[in-house]
Design a protein around this ligand. Structure first.
Ligand code: DHB
Length: 388
């Protein structure tokens, strides 16, 4: 009896020793994403990409076991913030990552500042997010990068009068402002700016108005996933038949849903940093591996933001040799330069934001499938929204 008690006490002590050693040897990434609700495709794409990166690069880095802790915030900012707090306090995560929408990143930024935890934004794209905390690093994109490129391209394509239609929150407002300023500077005219609600948008009344205004083109921003409904109503209202072109930032012809849109999407011109048909050996490998691991799902720009975010985290962990806290990790994330499936990219050490190429693309049918075919490239685009 005595001996049994003694033995189990030894076992218990050994077990707790193992746990504490494990805790020390574990590097935790708290990945917060909308896995359910209207923005679940963003969560699904980023999770799949993060897991692919880990499968390809191993889960032991600098002697640490990398653990991904996935949480579903349902795209509610108060939930994102609470989950981040729990991840920092209870799970003691080393990095916070994900952030499917601007309000989710903004609500959580103060947690990163208070706890000195790097916060890697893999999706949200309003310019100002990187200024919400010195611990924010962004691997997605900034809307002004794409909007300005299209404002330069449109007049060259003989588009003179435009109506702008954007989802009414951070990225939409950036998309509207930066396109309008650049397009107007280039001699174009934005005859009307329309904003649709973020939740349950009904595009029909807005599109009717666009039809009546008869611009050369309708310029749009909608968040990833909302493009299908917009495209359908664009055709139903006969805007294509009325000779109104559709242009926008690449969010509207998102690779996740593009192929399901049908021929109405053919010829739509957009500006963005990633297309699944980007021509590089690295991207081809990425798309193939992603599709193989995910039942043939095509990766979109959200997946690439997640994949590159994992790269930035892994390399920072390597550079700090598994030692050092949030500050050291953050510093090792700044200034990283590498080839992404999107093309060359770097994290500007001053702004902590991504600098990458923006491509002008046109929807085309390739081997029976719809793709955003890149036909013009603007190199090394910094966020024009940054003041410093
Ligand atoms: C944001 C969300 C998107 O789905 C997108 O395509 C671009 C920006 C955002 O909320 O920041």
């Amino acid at each position: 009896m005595q001996k049994r008690i003694f033995l189990s006490a030894v076992a218990l002590a050994a077990a707790s020793l193992v746990t504490s050693v494990q805790a020390q040897d574990t590097f935790k990434i708290g990945l917060i994403l909308p896995m359910t609700g209207p923005f679940a495709s963003t969560g699904k794409q980023i999770e799949a990409a993060a897991r692919l990166y880990m499968a390809q690069n191993g889960s032991t880095v600098a002697g640490k076991k990398v653990e991904l802790i996935l949480k579903d915030d349902t795209a509610a900012p108060d939930v994102t913030k609470r989950l981040a707090q729990e991840l920092v306090v209870n799970d003691k995560v080393n990095v916070l990552a994900g952030f499917g929408l601007t309000p989710l990143a903004l609500s959580t930024a103060p947690i990163a500042t208070q706890s000195k935890t790097p916060l890697v934004v893999m999706a949200a794209a309003t310019s100002s997010i990187t200024q919400a905390s010195p611990y924010v690093i962004r691997t997605s994109f900034a809307l002004p990068q794409a909007a300005v490129a299209l404002g330069d391209w449109a007049p060259k394509a003989n588009i003179k009068r435009v109506v702008s239609l954007v989802t009414d929150y951070g990225p939409g407002i950036d998309a509207e402002k930066y396109f309008k300023d650049r397009f107007t500077f280039n001699g174009g005219q934005v005859v009307e700016t329309l904003r649709v609600p973020m939740r349950n948008p009904d595009f029909a009344p807005f599109l009717q108005k666009v039809r009546d205004l008869k611009p050369d083109a309708l310029y749009v921003f909608v968040p990833s996933g909302a493009g299908t409904a917009l495209m359908k109503q664009f055709a139903e209202r006969g805007l294509d038949k009325a000779g109104i072109r559709l242009i926008g930032t690449g969010d509207v012809t998102d690779d996740d849903i593009l192929n399901g849109m049908g021929d109405v999407a053919l010829g739509v011109v957009t500006s963005h940093h990633y297309s699944a048909s980007h021509k590089s050996a690295l991207n081809q490998k990425f798309v193939e591996a992603f599709q193989k691991a995910n039942n043939n799902l095509r990766p979109n720009f959200m997946a690439v933001g997640g994949y590159d975010g994992m790269r930035v985290i892994y390399e920072a962990l390597k550079a700090t040799k598994g030692q050092g806290g949030g500050e050291a990790l953050l510093n090792a994330m700044k200034g990283q330069i590498f080839e992404s499936p999107r093309g060359p990219m770097f994290i500007d050490a001053q702004t902590r934001d991504v600098v990458h190429n923006i491509y002008i693309r046109k929807v085309e049918k390739v081997n029976g499938q719809l793709y955003n075919t890149e036909f013009e490239e603007i190199k090394d685009v910094k966020d024009p929204g940054k003041t410093k």
